[in-house]
Write a protein that binds this ligand. Structure first.
Ligand SMILES: Cc1ncc(COP(=O)(O)O)c(C=O)c1O
Length: 394
């Protein structure tokens, strides 16, 4: 036990963050190209960055702001939610990214001992948010191996029969790490099941703009639904830490409880980040879509590079920035495969175990420009080809 005896079990028993493990793996290994972290290669809109340069000495930038977020940003977000997401009955709280938004919700909606639902492969940080807040009764449903859509029949059974009835159901749409998009009728069914069972439905829309092949993103609204959003990927603002929660106006008492959590974690999201977010909104969705369109080529290059695994084993990529691939049967230790790919072939991907999918890998097609993606794809192809034909030869 050592010094662990003096640490909170909540923390000790929470999974280690895979991105930190990846950073350790890559440290000192300069020649590794990363298809690992969920990032985009672009920076925020130029005009927005230039405006921020002008305001850094304004005194308000260095003061605390309203816990809920800057009024002018919240107003712009309500308008965006109405226009783009058709959410007309929601209020907004600005957070330090969608991850903090999720922690706020878990602390506001769940008690230790409550049961909650996720679907594998799941977003690792959501899983950890439950664990570290003592919500360890995490029921993990399966996804259809072909479509990667959640098993809604299982959910129906769990919401009817589990003791206790789950308090919250969490989905990411489109998904991380699956890259799968839940069709509207399916999410509507999930929503109805949650409503009837008295459970919350939390939908993480971080990748709302990352849609391909003519598919259109949508949101659902209801008194039991909370939607999360992020500026990180859409506007290339990962390091500025801005996201937001759209929660139902009429959910009794929710705002007051959310405020308590908000006031104790960030107090408010970074003011300069919020100002950049406000200016970025002026660039609008077309600015984002132009960049997202370019990712289609990256996706194609990487899908092609993964063909040694067999076409039927490479899934996802309908939305978000991820492909999800099954490794050959003899490669159940996906972390070893990831280590080997990095050390021998100079390319990094994420092990599926981190998302409840042992024997899989997640490949991101958002973080590199096309020319670099091409190089990384060649490395990946060589690595996977060798893996399939010879195994992990050193
Ligand atoms: C599904 C999902 N939610 C939230 C986040 C974190 O977003 P933010 O940077 O806004 O905290 C990520 C980042 O990878 C994500 O994939």
């Amino acid at each position: 036990m050592g010094s662990f005896g003096r640490l909170a079990r909540r923390a000790v028993e929470t999974d280690a963050p895979v991105m930190v493990k990846m950073q350790e793996l890559l440290r000192g290994n300069k020649d590794v190209m990363s298809l690992a972290q969920g990032v985009v290669y672009w920076q925020p809109p130029e005009a927005a960055m230039n405006k921020v340069k002008e305001i850094v000495w304004e005194p308000s930038i260095s003061k605390y702001g309203s816990d809920d977020g800057l009024p002018e940003l919240r107003e712009a977000l309500l308008e965006k939610l109405r226009r783009e997401n058709k959410l007309t009955n929601s209020s907004v709280m600005v957070t330090s990214g969608a991850n903090q938004a999720f922690v706020n919700l878990v602390l506001t909606l769940c008690d230790a001992g409550d049961a909650v639902v996720m679907f594998a492969p799941y977003y690792f940080n959501s899983y950890m948010s439950f664990q570290m807040t003592g919500v360890t009764n995490i029921l993990v449903g399966a996804s259809n191996p072909e479509t990667l859509h959640p098993d809604v029949d299982w959910l129906e059974k769990v919401l009817r029969e589990n003791n206790p009835i789950p308090k919250l159901v969490s989905v990411v749409n489109p998904g991380n790490p699956s890259g799968a998009f839940i069709p509207k009728p399916m999410l509507q069914r999930i929503s109805e099941l949650c409503k009837n069972a008295g459970a919350w439905l939390v939908v993480d829309n971080t990748y709302e703009y990352f849609m391909y092949d003519g598919m259109e993103h949508y949101c659902l609204e209801g008194n039991h639904i909370v939607n999360l959003f992020s500026f990180s990927k859409a506007y290339g603002m990962m390091g500025w830490r801005v996201g937001y929660i759209a929660y139902p106006n009429e959910a009794d008492g929710l705002h007051a409880q959310l405020l308590k959590v908000q006031d104790n974690i960030p107090i408010c999201a970074s003011i300069v980040g919020q100002r950049l977010a406000l200016y970025a909104l002026e660039a609008g969705p077309e600015w984002i879509r132009e960049r997202v369109r370019d990712l289609v080529k990256n996706r194609e290059l990487l899908m092609d590079a993964m063909s040694p695994l067999g076409e039927e084993n490479v899934r996802g990529g309908e939305g978000a920035i991820y492909l999800w691939a099954k490794l050959p049967e003899n490669c159940s230790d996906d972390f070893e495969v990831v280590r080997w790919l990095a050390n021998k072939h100079g390319v990094a991907v994420i092990p599926g175990t981190a998302s409840g999918g042992p024997g899989y890998i997640r490949v991101s097609f958002g973080g590199l420009k096309e020319s670099d993606t091409r190089l990384a794809a060649e490395r990946l192809r060589r690595g996977l080809q060798e893996l399939v034909t010879e195994g992990m030869a050193q």
